[in-house]
Design a protein around this ligand. Structure first.
Ligand code: GLP
Length: 267
């Protein structure tokens, strides 16, 4: 794992968008794992800009992490609608190549199995983008999610419903209670993982997830097992990290980061 700290959210999300665009250029048929949440909004905005400047999604496909259960498919708060609005309507994925779990299915367990099968049929996820919830969730894998869990329905914590309430008019009771989410085990099978965290509300959970012990109580800590996982944080989210100076040393010395160490990315 590597943790890269950038000065602010703008630089952190710009770096994430640049890494994603590099991977798409290196492998035009890349299978992307996509995430929702406010942290992702600027990343998708930048990917849409990059598409206008030639970044081609026509060979790519995508699988989103999760979807609320019970929202109507055209509900603007569904993750399908959110992804259309933020990214899919602005780039050129081929029709049918963007996938979001079906939270409206009558048979949720079957929808979960079908989602896993679709990921396998696409050849697995090449690059998985992640945010992190204040409970340490990745996707909607709330505390005590099995580290080997697969796509399934999950009950959200009150804290997550509060965290996501601003997107539902500020009312936590309006946030669905359950979601269909890729499992921790599903996520760990991605070839490469990029987790982005910004803002002071993420500082404590970031330190616990990546510098603390591996535990099912913090799903994101399972990423410590992944051989190719990068965390990009802004200063505010990195504020509680103990080994910060080493992470900066890696960013400034590791050859792989050289192309990203331009003047736009000074700490
Ligand atoms: C939701 C998503 C998570 C995401 C989290 C963070 O709960 N299911 O995948 O990581 O939001 O949200 P934000 O970026 O708004 O802090």
């Amino acid at each position: 794992m590597e943790i890269i700290v950038q000065s602010d959210a703008e630089h952190a999300t710009e770096l994430a968008a640049r890494i994603i665009s590099t991977r798409i250029r290196e492998r035009p048929t890349l299978v992307l794992g996509l995430a929702t949440g406010r942290t992702m909004e600027r990343i998708y905005e930048r990917l849409a800009d990059m598409h206008r400047n030639g970044l081609d999604f026509s060979g790519c496909s995508s699988f989103n992490l999760d979807e609320y259960i019970g929202l109507e498919p055209d509900d603007p708060n569904s993750y399908r609608a959110t992804m259309q609005r933020l990214l899919f309507d602005h780039v050129n994925f081929a029709p049918g190549r963007t996938h979001v779990p079906d939270g409206h299915a009558t048979d949720i367990k079957r929808a979960a199995r079908d989602y896993e099968a679709a990921i396998r049929a696409a050849g697995g996820i090449g690059l998985q983008l992640l945010g992190i919830g204040e409970t340490g969730h990745i996707g909607f894998n709330e505390p005590l999610s099995a580290l080997m869990s697969r796509t399934r329905d999950k009950t959200l914590t009150p804290r997550t419903r509060e965290q996501n309430a601003p997107l539902f008019g500020g009312n936590p009771d309006a946030v669905p209670k359950r979601a269909l989410t890729m499992g921790v085990g599903t996520i760990l099978e991605a070839e490469e993982i990029l987790l982005v965290a910004t803002g002071p509300a993420k500082a404590e959970i970031l330190a616990r997830a990546f510098e603390g012990p591996l535990t099912a109580s913090i799903s994101a800590s399972a990423l410590q097992l992944h051989p190719r996982c990068r965390v990009i944080a802004d200063e505010a989210a990195a504020a509680r990290l103990a080994n910060r100076s080493y992470y900066d040393f890696v960013f400034f010395n590791e050859p792989e980061w050289e192309r990203y160490r331009d003047s736009g990315f000074i700490n």
